[in-house]
Design a binder for this molecule. Structure first.
Ligand code: HEC
Length: 136
């Protein structure tokens, strides 16, 4: 019987402790974002959904996965070089200048060079002769 009484006392103390808890009156402190929020990713292509991403989706995913693009990094000049290479070798169509500059702006803004990614391509004049090339 004393055991039950002791349990009841403990329960009473616990209940009292719970009910004494003050409701939070302080406003929740939300830390200031330190950097601009990253744009959301398109669930289908993985493109950052910002700026002209739909233009890029429309022009750049017909032949290969968008992953080939999102895993790549480059300056505007490097993106232009990749586009010129595809136009020369892979049947990529020619863009009107405005479309091309919007595509490159999106790519260079959202997938700029970073140390953790590939190095820049070696300039052709520093490359050894390609024994398989039909152009040499
Ligand atoms: C007409 C077809 C076609 C279109 C459209 C196309 N590409 Fe490509 N692209 C290719 C082919 C083919 C490859 C080589 C794929 C491979 O190596 O497996 C390639 C490769 C790439 C690569 C990888 C290059 C590397 O060095 O590994 C990138 C990045 C790329 N494309 C970006 C783009 C972008 C950006 C666009 C839109 C402006 C685009 N592609 C549109 C055909 C295309």
């Amino acid at each position: 019987m004393r055991h039950v009484a002791a349990m009841a006392a403990v329960a009473a103390v616990l209940l009292a402790a719970c009910s004494k808890q003050e409701p939070a009156t302080e406003p929740l402190v939300v830390p200031e974002p330190t950097a601009a929020a990253e744009p959301a990713l398109d669930p289908v292509t993985g493109f950052k959904m910002t700026g002209d991403w739909e233009l890029v989706r429309g022009n750049c995913t017909a032949c290969h996965s968008a992953k080939l693009i999102t895993q790549q990094r480059g300056t505007a000049q490097q993106w232009l070089t990749m586009i010129r290479w595809m136009q020369k070798k892979q049947n990529l169509w020619v863009f009107d200048p405005e479309t091309e500059s919007r595509i490159i702006t999106y790519l260079a803004d959202n997938y700029p060079p970073s140390d953790a990614q590939r190095r820049a391509a070696i300039p052709p004049d520093l490359m050894p002769p390609n024994p398989y090339s039909s152009e040499n």
